[in-house]
Design a protein around this ligand. Structure first.
Ligand code: PMP
Length: 449
């Protein structure tokens, strides 16, 4: 069966024509659209996803880092089926949410209490609101260009560019058209990993800052981790100025049994999680120190920060999460991280062998490919390195990989899942090498003609 891009008579093309009549932009979810139309999924098992035209590919995106155990892991499927038959959601708490909460709380020293939400976006929103409620201060700091979900405040300066980003001190720039000025006023934007500049900006806003939102390995800053000095500075600032350090581990939780905070020795006051915690079902978590988490307590009257949600702690997500946390062992994360190291090395070798300019970054089981050898490390450097042409090259690489049985993202991000073995990594490296050689050859021909 041909793996090449499904043509206009394919089932994917047909579904896409239907979707265009229903959805703005032809999709219900921005990040699953690409031109001319997305390839539609039919079913998946292990590390392979089969499209509606019957083509199976190795999945290196895993719903943007959710499916750490691959698709339809039998333990997770059994837990979901069993729970769905017993009740999908109740207006009562269940033992399941207590069990999952206990499992998560046992994993990191910074967690005393937690609350469940339905998504990472919601977890970040509640953490930010919680930090404001705890400190009584209005502002939040975040790093320029970093994604923390769709809450207005978390989105500020997400896609800043040289026309608007200001000089040394980053401007707070609205992401969504029409974002209120008030939102920009209450977000302080920091240059990732720049200790001196960030410290100065934080100090200028110290009286008004409720907290700092940090992702320890932001992909939009090149997939390079926050330095120990940067983390130390943020921690000592928050300690000195009665502000809350919120670590966003929606993606990085997969890096260690106790997330990035364990891997890099970070001591956050609050942590947000999601994705992998739900084993494929929607979930979000806000965890943190008891005295801060108390802001959500409504047992004795109105909470300082109200938190509810019709589906928060729903038993099906909880059951899937319990099964997932049982699978997320130290051995599993260590093995996957080692496989990630080997994958990055093989991909670097592919760039070398094909003699194409590029670099491969990422941590643990996260992989990022870039068509640039310029140093990355913060948002502005990453933005400059990813010229329009290089971004197009990543989309081009994505298509060539599809034709070779590999599902990667359109912007260079990939990740591994536990059903993968060395054979899948070799398949990826061979497919990348063959694709890069094609790209090189086509560029050469274009130069000659
Ligand atoms: N924070 C980070 C670091 C994320 O990468 C994401 C999603 N990719 C979110 C928050 C938002 O999570 P969700 O898509 O579940 O709302």
């Amino acid at each position: 069966m041909s793996m090449s891009y499904p043509d206009s008579t394919s089932r994917s093309a047909e579904l896409s024509r239907r979707a265009k009549n229903i959805y703005p932009g032809g999709t219900t979810r921005g990040q699953t659209y690409y031109k001319p139309y997305p390839i539609y999924a039919a079913h998946a098992e292990g590390c392979r996803v089969t499209d509606v035209d019957g083509v199976a590919r190795i999945d290196f995106v895993n719903n943007y880092t959710v499916q750490l155990f691959g698709h339809s892991h039998p333990d997770i499927v059994a837990a979901v089926q069993d729970q769905a038959a017993r009740g999908m959601c109740f207006t009562m708490p269940s033992e399941l949410d207590i069990e999952l909460a206990e499992m998560i709380l046992a994993r990191a020293a910074s967690f005393d209490h937690l609350r469940f939400t339905n998504t990472g976006t919601e977890a970040v929103m509640h953490a930010v609101k919680g930090a404001r409620a705890y400190t009584g201060k209005p502002k939040i700091a975040k790093c320029e260009g970093v994604y923390h979900g769709a809450y207005d405040y978390a989105e500020v300066s997400l896609d800043s560019n040289p026309q608007v980003w200001g000089q040394k001190k980053p401007e707070a720039v609205g992401h969504t058209h029409g974002a209120p000025e008030g939102v920009m006023r209450d977000v302080v934007v920091l240059p990732f990993n720049d200790v001196a500049a960030s410290k100065q900006i934080l100090e200028e806003n110290a009286d008004a800052l409720a907290g700092i939102l940090l992702d320890a390995v932001p992909s939009r800053c090149g997939g390079i981790p926050a330095s120990a000095d940067y983390i130390k500075m943020l921690k000592s600032f928050t300690r000195a100025h009665d502000a809350v350090l919120i670590l966003d581990e929606v993606v990085t939780w997969r890096l260690d049994y106790g997330g990035a905070q364990t891997r890099y020795g970070i001591e956050p006051d609050m942590t947000t999680m999601g994705k992998v915690i739900g084993g494929g079902m929607p979930i979000g978590v806000v965890a943190g120190r008891e005295e801060i988490m108390r802001v959500y307590d409504s047992s004795a009257g109105k909470a300082l920060c109200s938190h509810s949600g019709t589906f928060a702690g729903n038993p099906v997500s909880m059951a899937a999460g319990i099964a997932a946390m049982k699978l997320l062992t130290v051995t599993a994360t260590d093995r996957l991280n080692q496989l990630g190291e080997r994958a990055r090395e093989s991909l670097r070798e592919a760039f070398r062998l094909a003699d194409v300019e590029g670099q491969v970054t990422g941590e643990g089981s996260l992989i990022l490919m870039h068509f640039s050898t310029e140093p990355l490390g913060d948002y502005r450097a990453t933005w400059r390195a990813h010229t329009e042409r290089r971004a197009e090259m990543l989309v081009d690489l994505f298509r060539r990989l599809l034709n070779r049985g590999i599902l990667f993202s359109t912007w260079g991000l990939g990740c591994l899942s536990t059903p993968m073995e060395q054979a899948e990594i070799d398949h990826l490296a061979d497919a990348v090498l063959a694709s890069l050689r094609e790209i090189k050859e086509e560029n050469r021909k274009a130069l000659v003609s």
